[in-house]
Design a protein. Structure first.
Length: 91
């Protein structure tokens, strides 16, 4: 049986292995390590958000989600900006 997940590309190890964190309802439920060449070129970067189909522990289908990738990156940057502003206000 195939499972469909939202996945974030957490890191690329030794320029060969992509570590995908699989999410279900916004919670990380598993990790899948795949050869980076199994991913489309446009999403071979840390922080890329994908919709993946996994069957029997193997990556079967990948769809890059550029809008969600951008949204998450902007949200993370906003959080960092707020934190750094609060710290600088302490001086």
């Amino acid at each position: 049986m195939s499972e469909i997940y939202t996945a974030s590309l957490d890191r690329i190890v030794d320029e060969q292995t992509a570590v995908l964190l699989l999410e279900d309802d916004g919670e990380i439920v598993d990790q899948l390590d795949v050869d980076v060449t199994q991913l489309p070129a446009e999403c071979q970067h840390e922080g890329a958000i994908l919709e993946v189909t996994v069957k029997e522990g193997e990556l079967r289908e990948v769809e890059y989600l550029p809008d969600i990738t951008q949204s998450r990156a902007e949200s993370a940057q906003e959080r960092l900006d707020r934190l750094s502003t609060r710290l600088s206000d302490r001086d």
